[in-house]
Design a protein around this ligand. Structure first.
Ligand SMILES: [Zn+2]
Length: 150
């Protein structure tokens, strides 16, 4: 948990469904209801066919590290308290052109102790969710593939 961090507005009609699903620990990606192409971040119009018809597509949350960074000071005070930490841009398994940024966390949902040495480009990661406030659940990335449910 990042105390006092600036959080995204979660009640915009454009991406409200993304945040509602994140609250339920489901990752969804906006897609075009006309041509089916996925897009992220959410936009009002499909860049492929210009349709304004929107659908939300559930995805597995499995991904690979596309890039990562260890933000260096000076940081905003809310993030300074968390430093050092790693942020990852993950490329989704369903569509590697869909890339999402998130905090790197361990199995306890904690960013503490993860360093750049723990992460490599292309490494498997999977989505997790951090409740940042009553209204905002932030997707974040756990290192490694999701353990099987069995
Ligand atoms: Zn389209």
């Amino acid at each position: 948990m990042i105390e006092n961090a600036p959080l995204p507005f979660t009640d915009d009609p454009l991406d409200r469904d993304f945040w509602i699903n994140a609250r339920q620990r489901r990752l969804v990606v906006q897609s075009c209801a006309a041509c089916g192409e996925m897009r992220f971040p959410p936009r009002p119009m499909c860049p492929h066919c210009q349709s304004e018809n929107v659908a939300w597509q559930p995805v597995s949350g499995e991904a690979a590290v596309w890039s990562f960074a260890v933000p260096a000071p000076p940081l905003l005070p809310a993030f300074e308290a968390l430093a050092p930490y790693v942020t990852i841009i993950g490329a989704l398994a369903e569509n590697s052109g869909i890339r999402m940024a998130g905090l790197a966390v361990n199995a306890d949902g904690d960013a503490t102790g993860i360093t750049a040495a723990d992460i490599a480009i292309g490494q498997p990661i999977h989505i997790d969710f951090l409740d940042a406030s009553e209204d905002c659940t932030l997707p974040c990335w756990r290192i490694g593939p999701r353990a099987s449910a069995a």
